[in-house]
Design a protein around this ligand. Structure first.
Ligand SMILES: *Cc1c(COP(=O)(O)O)cnc(C)c1O
Length: 525
């Protein structure tokens, strides 16, 4: 043909031999489906073998021990093929990975994940959809939007609501504080922060959140040019919930000081205690004071699908913005999170129309470009895993799983309460338990701190169980975070036995004649 280009691209897209040598790109395309399948099956085999043999949530390895294995690795010298690369990966990663599905993993807000979600991850990674614009996602945009609408509806927002998927609660909280800041500047001074930068008086803005709220609020304040000092920590009641009288007082005091209250953050499920701030009175107060109300439900969002405990979120529908982390209480792989807003127009402060990507004319034509409301540009299609979970299992399955861990935490509370060697700090509203080992003997507070720290280290070193640690009023505590609906009370009992054993051993080891301290375990003072 005369119009055949001199440089034919068919030569690029269709390898002359379908057989693959290891030096090929191994791209996901129709000619490589045989390799795709065999490669996935190899990966699958690796995963299954690990799952069958994992006995503990962790190997117990120390960072400096594992670092040695990475030392002589030359990334310029690849393995001889997928098999070898996977075998190496098994050694370097899976051997010493942390296994959240294990019933003795009780440390952080990590959940085991649903199988439909994993299938979705494979699908999304294969097609590599980016949900920033319609022209890179098509149906992906509608899947995300429907999940946003579904979540908004569960919150109790009306059709004015909107939202966007984010990388996590940290980004959701940052966005929420950004909207609150720009909203206040606009109302107070008719000042557009987006266009003109921070108003000179913005350093007077104040954000109120409980003293046990998440640190990402402070981080957001710093990033937004307001500084840590803009965050006013409000004291809690005996249940680690924000004290509304103290909040009222704090708002009044800041006004008297000539400062400008900007937002109140109510936490629905604090990271340490799972405590839920009294949303209804906080919402009433925020409305009276004309303040932005953000509800950080990164952890507590699981209640949105719970039939038994949904009432704990009452009042959340009055928020201006809500953070939800599906990767915490919806059994989703990291990352899967969203920010929801009561008024869709408030998301406008992150909109930028780029001619090459999302020109204004597309918006006017009604083309949905999710980048218009996101901090990110290229963005992973994280909505798909939640979609497939909901479509395959239904929301009741998620709610039932969350109900189960709440029940487990209540059983765990009674277990810890009845143990004379344990001091428990709070009755759980969600699924965490903060406690410390405190045997019936004369030990100073400092000694108790060291003892509990050494217990956590010894447990981690053994790999038999993982628990978290936190400080409350300056003292060292241990924490169970229960997010695995398959964990039983006997598992919690087993971890408690380990804690007490390591505690007793640490005490016994601390004798002047004993020089054989276990490696890396703190001396008990
Ligand atoms: C975990 C958590 C966050 C931060 O979420 P990431 O997804 O880890 O970024 C924010 N707020 C609360 C209450 C959390 O528990």
């Amino acid at each position: 043909m005369s119009d055949q280009p001199a440089f034919s691209n068919t030569a690029l897209t269709t390898p002359s031999t379908p057989a693959l040598s290891e030096t090929d790109y191994c791209l996901f395309n129709p000619t490589n489906l045989t390799y795709y399948r065999s490669s996935l099956l190899q990966g699958l085999e690796l995963i299954e073998n690990r799952m069958k043999t994992v006995k503990r949530p962790f190997s117990g390895i120390l960072p400096r021990e594992l670092a040695q294995q990475f030392e002589h690795l030359d990334l310029d010298q690849p393995c001889r093929g997928m098999n070898e690369a996977l075998a190496e990966l098994d050694r370097l990663y899976l051997e010493d990975a942390v296994y959240f599905h294990h019933p003795h993993y009780t440390a952080h807000l990590n959940c085991p994940v649903t199988i439909p979600a994993i299938t979705a991850e494979l699908i999304q990674a294969s097609f590599n959809t980016s949900v920033d614009t319609w022209d890179q996602s098509g149906g992906g945009t509608f899947i995300e939007q429907r999940l946003i609408d579904w979540t908004a509806n569960r919150i109790g927002f009306d059709s004015e609501a909107d939202g966007v998927f984010t990388s996590g609660g940290t980004q959701s909280n940052l966005m929420a504080m950004l909207l609150a800041r720009d909203n206040l500047s606009q109302h107070f001074w008719q000042h557009s922060t987006r266009e003109q930068g921070l108003h000179p008086d913005a350093h007077r803005f104040r954000i109120f959140c409980s003293e046990v709220s998440h640190f990402s609020i402070q981080k957001a304040a710093a990033l937004l040019g307001l500084g840590y000092d803009a965050v006013v920590p409000v004291p809690c009641d005996a249940y680690y919930r924000m004290d509304v009288t103290a909040l009222t007082q704090a708002i009044e005091t800041t006004r008297e000081q000539g400062l400008l209250p900007m937002a109140v953050v109510a936490t629905a499920g604090t990271t340490d205690f799972g405590s839920i701030d009294p949303i209804i009175p906080i919402a009433d107060l925020s409305r009276r004071e004309g303040l932005w109300l953000h509800v950080d439900a990164a952890y507590g969002c699981g209640l949105l699908t719970s039939s038994r405990h949904r009432h704990l979120l009452k009042g959340i529908e009055q928020a201006d913005s809500v953070t939800v982390d599906y990767h915490k209480s919806f059994l989703q792989p990291v990352s899967c999170s969203a920010l929801l807003v009561r008024h869709k127009h408030t998301l406008g402060c992150v909109t930028w129309h780029a001619e090459y990507l999302n020109p204004l004319c597309q918006r006017q034509e009604g083309t949905p470009n999710l980048v218009d409301k996101s901090l990110q540009t290229t963005r992973r299609f994280d909505a798909l895993k939640l979609w497939l979970t909901l479509r395959a299992l239904g929301p009741e399955a998620i709610g039932a799983a969350f109900d189960k861990v709440i029940h487990l935490a209540r059983q765990g509370y009674l277990l810890l309460l009845s143990d004379n060697d344990i001091e428990i700090l709070h009755q759980p509203q969600l699924s965490t338990l903060v406690f410390r080992y405190r045997p019936d003997m004369a030990l100073s507070e400092a000694a108790l701190d060291q003892l509990n720290q050494s217990i956590r280290k010894a447990l981690m070193r053994s790999g038999e169980a993982l628990v978290a640690a936190t400080r409350v009023h300056g003292r060292q505590y241990l924490k169970f975070t229960l997010l695995n609906p398959d964990t039983r009370i006997r598992d919690v009992q087993a971890v408690l036995r380990l804690i007490k054993r390591h505690g007793a051993e640490a005490l016994a080891d601390h004798t002047p004649t004993n020089t054989q301290q276990p490696m890396e375990v703190a001396h008990v003072g």
